[in-house]
Design a protein around this ligand. Structure first.
Ligand SMILES: [Zn+2]
Length: 656
């Protein structure tokens, strides 16, 4: 066993890593349970809810044009309808909700074939094909509900955002089933978009108020091999925030007061300055994550160091000042996003599920530059905690906001009028295998551990990897390499920064880990033979985490981490009010795997003390501090909270 330190470095020549596709990785163990819940429960619920909401009435040109169902000028943040003073209705985004449902369903089909669900998607594709206009335009709101107004308000109305989600859905459906009709429909729409927007004098210099189409165009370019889609993505990124500001020009054309913007500042949609000048993560958190994801894709595709510099600054800003320990982000409901440095309130945390999902997207794309555990650690942190909490264990209920403390009044809901989060976490879980690996020319990086089988195409050579592990509950990971003939390539194995000690063996021989480490990955460059075995053991010692002293809400408190999982206390497991509990600095924890509890989890137990109130009677204040009595506490993984009887929850515990 060796101690080691990884040395972060930047702006070096990088290999370019791509994710495997959905067909290439079959997940088992921990993720197989989540994928099954999504395929068997979440996806049918998503389809049903889209139908019940009337989304298909809006899309299907064979049905009468429906009445508008949701009033303008409302948003649904915080589970409440609230006025935003704009001219937007959630109905404008319905194409995106349907698209994310289709994408989640498509990814699920790769592991759970289901003719009924596939038939529903085929019908939806047919609706969109029938709806598509002669010139390729395709947006159900502007075709059916507001004809004549297309491309008049890119700032608020999510038109290109909807296109982006439809593109992602079409690519996913093609990859999962080989059916390319939807992708061809979207290709025609993109050609129309490219004829409207661009740097050429005869085009409008627009871009979307809600980023999304940029990363979708990169996906479409990769799926089709068409460079022009990449060029359009690059245009949208390059143009964002430039002067003269498109959203001001557009507002004037609508005869609106240009300065009248419901969200006050263009920081809200990250168009306040050109993207290469941005160094602070600001505004709406989901929009920010999607923007940075596309920027990272373009760095990978174009090797654009100017974008890379901006991303490095933005990454550091997020992870050193603005990220919850759960990997959640965006503390404020007002802008559904960022506020100020170190402002990380626990009970009122907005921390939208979509934002944590978006951080997984961004982090995974930062790994396109090359394997670096700085990015993979954050990807894993957001995935297992802030994102995964967004869906109940049975796949049937959903969080929009993900606070780190609850008095017992915060619960998952069966649906939401602005239903962005359920399909977002569903599509991530259903495609999680594609995040586990990065494939370069002669390199395979293992970014995420977990029971799975991967069939990777390494420049025409087939490499099969089997991970055998109970991760995240156990730190032992056995990887078997299967190749048809001896094959030379580098296998890069992530050693998370949270892991203080690790051991690595190849065919039972101990490897000097420190000598192989590059940016937190052990690099094993050798000729691999059929049946070669790698064994990694990661130390999953329970750790107490302390927040930077500037995070006032976490002062004198600790969070508990074991491996990638952040823990919390729930009222139902603990007999005293959670905020009265204090941990002694030397209190020892015990970790226990409980197979029949919360789907099988490791729980943590420790002795603690709790303040008592028995002797306070009617007193509100007194000269003596509260007395304490011994208490034993039980902590469960944060992602698994609120799956039992309602009650309190607390991540940051007092320490005395
Ligand atoms: Zn959401």
């Amino acid at each position: 066993m060796k101690n080691f330190k990884s040395s972060p470095s930047r702006l070096e020549t990088r290999s370019r890593f791509r994710s495997p596709n959905i067909q290439q990785v079959s997940m088992g163990g921990f993720w197989a349970d989540r994928i099954a819940a999504v395929a068997e429960k979440t996806v049918p619920i998503l389809q049903l809810r889209c139908d019940e909401a009337g989304m298909f009435d809006q899309i299907d040109p064979a049905r009468p044009i429906p009445e508008q169902r949701i009033p303008f000028s409302t948003a649904f943040g915080g589970g409440k309808v609230r006025p935003v003073g704009g001219n937007v209705t959630a109905q404008m985004y319905w194409d995106s909700d349907v698209a994310k449902m289709v994408e989640a369903a498509a990814f699920s089909l790769a592991s759970h074939r289901n003719d009924t669900i596939e038939a529903v998607i085929d019908r939806i594709v047919d609706m969109y094909e029938a709806l598509q206009q002669e010139d390729g335009y395709l947006n159900s709101w502007y075709i059916r509900m507001q004809p004549g107004k297309r491309w008049t308000n890119l700032r608020d109305c999510h038109e290109l955002y909807c296109a982006g989600h439809l593109i992602e859905a079409a690519v996913a459906y093609y990859q999962a089933t080989g059916k390319r009709k939807f992708m061809d429909v979207m290709g025609r729409y993109v050609d129309h978009i490219a004829s409207m927007f661009g740097p050429e004098p005869d085009k409008r210099r627009g871009y979307c108020g809600h980023e999304e189409i940029e990363l979708a165009l990169v996906k479409l370019a990769r799926a089709t091999g068409e460079q022009r889609y990449l060029e359009l993505a690059k245009y949208f990124i390059d143009e964002r925030g430039r002067e003269p500001h498109y959203f001001l020009i557009e507002a004037e054309e609508r005869a609106e007061e240009p300065g009248r913007f419901a969200h006050g500042t263009f920081e809200y949609n990250q168009s306040h300055i050109p993207v290469r000048e941005q160094t602070k993560v600001v505004g709406h958190a989901v929009r920010a994550m999607y923007l940075y994801s596309a920027m990272a894709d373009l760095v990978t595709e174009y090797g654009d160091e100017t974008l890379r510099c901006a991303l490095d600054a933005l990454w550091d800003d997020l992870v050193t000042k603005r990220l919850y320990v759960t990997g959640g982000l965006g503390p404020s409901a007002d802008n559904e996003g960022f506020t100020s440095d170190y402002d990380l309130p626990n009970e009122t945390a907005y921390a939208e599920t979509c934002a944590a999902v978006g951080l997984v997207f961004w982090a995974s794309r930062m790994l396109g530059f090359g394997a670096d555990t700085r990015y993979a650690d954050i990807m894993e942190q957001a995935l297992y905690n802030g994102a995964l909490a967004g869906v109940s264990l049975d796949g049937m209920r959903f969080f929009y906001e993900n606070p780190l403390q609850s008095r017992g009044n915060h619960h998952r809901w069966p649906w939401h009028r602005c239903p962005c989060c359920p399909p977002n976490i569903a599509r991530l879980i259903a495609s999680i295998g594609t995040y586990a690996y990065g494939v370069g020319e002669s390199e395979i990086a293992v970014h995420l551990y977990g029971e799975n089988q991967a069939r990777i195409d390494l420049g025409g050579r087939a490499v099969h990897l089997s991970q055998n592990t109970r991760y995240p509950w156990d730190g032992s990971i056995a990887i078997t390499i299967d190749v048809e003939e001896p094959t030379g390539f580098a296998l890069l194995l992530r050693i998370p920064a949270w892991c203080a000690t690790a051991t690595l063996k190849v065919n039972d021989e101990i490897v000097d880990l420190a000598a192989t480490l590059q940016r937190g990955y052990a690099r094993l460059d050798r000729t691999w033979r059929p049946g070669d075995r790698v064994m990694i053991v990661l130390d999953l010692t329970i750790q107490r985490l302390y927040a930077h002293p500037n995070v006032r809400q976490d002062r004198n408190r600790v969070a508990l981490r074991r491996g990638p999982l952040i823990y919390c206390l729930e009222g139902t497991d603990n007999s005293v009010p959670l905020d009265r509990i204090s941990l002694a600095p030397d209190a020892a924890f015990e970790a226990r795997f409980e197979e029949n509890f919360l789907g099988g989890v490791v729980t943590l137990q420790a002795p603690a003390t709790a303040e008592t109130s028995d002797d306070w009677l009617q007193t509100l204040y007194r000269p003596e501090p509260p007395r304490t009595s011994p208490a034993s506490i039980t902590a469960v993984p944060y992602y698994a909270w609120d799956n039992r009887e309602p009650g309190e929850m607390l991540v940051w515990l007092r320490e005395t």
